[in-house]
Design a protein around this ligand. Structure first.
Ligand SMILES: Cc1cc2nc3c(=O)[nH]c(=O)nc-3n(C[C@H](O)[C@H](O)[C@H](O)COP(=O)(O)O)c2cc1C
Length: 167
């Protein structure tokens, strides 16, 4: 029997959400007996979605919403017969500033996953209780790279989902 597989799917225009996606993958790497696929949403196929035992979805915050690309991606998920029911779902986001949409976007993606009957899990640490998030454009966090403190949350999210699948 093949190992359970996790789909990490993300949208990223300027690389910040992609950096978080890479960190999620790093967290899964640490867990034996689980595979993953790491893909931008425009490369995800329906069979990727159906094959995955867990979907970890990442979006940038756009005007306090998930990006329209991520919304369209979710709207394209197969629904008839609810084939995604009971898969594990988890989310990560990056936003420019503090408290201007990140948590709303996490819950917006979580709500959509719940419409599909998915089982939602948060990150490994309290500070990633609803998923992993990063501030990328305000104060000390503005700059080229996503800061380590946020990448650790993403890593913990991947690790936790991996561990749950093994269980
Ligand atoms: C059109 C647009 C709208 C945005 N709106 C918000 C917002 O409402 N709140 C926020 O925190 N960041 C906002 N941002 C900033 C992005 O969320 C942030 O730069 C993010 O890290 C970009 O991710 P990416 O590098 O993966 O594309 C916006 C960016 C764009 C381009």
């Amino acid at each position: 029997q093949s190992s359970p597989s996790i789909l990490i799917a993300y949208h990223s225009e300027t690389g910040k959400t992609q950096a978080m996606a890479d960190a999620v993958a790093k967290g899964i790497d640490a867990i034996k007996g689980v595979d993953y696929m790491l893909k931008p949403i425009n490369e995800v196929t329906e069979s990727d979605l159906l094959f995955a035992s867990a979907i970890i979805l990442g979006s940038p915050v756009y005007n306090a919403n998930m990006s329209p690309e991520v919304q369209a991606f979710i709207n394209s998920w197969p629904f008839e017969g609810r084939p995604l029911k009971d898969k594990i779902g988890a989310v990560f986001v990056t936003g420019g500033g503090f408290s201007i949409g990140e948590e709303e976007v996490m819950f917006s993606m979580i709500r959509a996953m719940m419409i599909h009957g998915m089982i939602i899990v948060g990150g490994d640490e309290l500070e990633a209780a609803f998923g992993a998030s990063a501030i990328t454009g305000e104060g000390d966090f503005a700059g080229k790279q996503v800061q380590e403190i946020f990448l650790k949350k993403a890593e913990g999210l991947g690790k936790r989902v991996g561990e749950l699948l093994v269980k």
